[in-house]
Design a protein around this ligand. Sequence first.
Ligand code: 13P
Ligand code: SF4
Length: 302
Amino acid sequence: MENTSIVQRISQLKQQRNAIILAHNYQPIEIQNIADFVGDSLELAQQATLSQAEVLVFCGVYFMAETAYILSPRKTVLIPDSSAGCPMADMITAEALRAQKQALPGIPVVCYVNSTAAVKAQSDICCTSANAARVVESLSQQEILFVPDQYLGQWISTQTHKKMHYWPGYCPVHAAILPQHIAEKKSQYPQAKVIVHPECRSEVSMMADAVPSTSGMLRFAKETTAHEIIVGTETGLIQRMQKENPSKEFIPANSLAVCQNMKLTTLEKLQRCLEEMQPVVTVPEDIRVQAFQALERMLQVN
Ligand code: 13P
Ligand code: SF4
């Protein structure tokens, strides 16, 4: 089918099913164009709770769809490709976290949402890249175990006086952005501002003018008076910045930083999942209830 007829069919199916399409900022542009809402992890979680639709089609990676289900279990949550994982989320298991909690008794666990439902269920509170500092600051304890992203944790530690313990997880896409990439681009574009995602290595974040979430990066791109901006994140976001701000120049810190999992969503898979009403994303109820508490605490901090 031609793209235009697929798009028409998806619109029909959305109405028939009382569905909305939520898409993450790293999704392919044709998916973002057809989505009802596009945002970062925090905005998408908020949207999942606010929407009146019966069906949420989540165009992103699996943990994001799981988060939508945990927050809104009465809705049917679909994902166009259920193999769209996040390697960082797979760097920690609930069993390993339980063992670490025993080694650090009484220390609360702050869990980045890039994690499985079972890991969230073992955690005291969740955070996203947009609210991590606020979440850490909201806790009365002075010592924190931050999982699974060591780099986001290290970045947050520069903004708080808490003693932080880190899990050694990381995002392979952002870890591929190195300090020398930023230094090279800075010497080519000395006037440029530098923005990077907080999943980048700590040395990279320390070199940046701003370290926001994906939606924060899009806002920075619009608001800055700089004409050249070096961007350290998934390259799909940079294409969108360029499209939205044609008079500015956006320079990828590393043009090979692509999240292949985010690119697994296609219009064909999106249509098929609305036709067949699967793959459905669910979480066992005992785990969902515990994970809900950690997510709900995070949303209250906001
Ligand atoms: P945001 O919450 O900033 O959109 O980040 C999610 C993510 O997976 C970035 O790699
Ligand atoms: Fe996971 Fe990294 Fe992809 Fe984000 S960019 S979904 S952290 S692999």
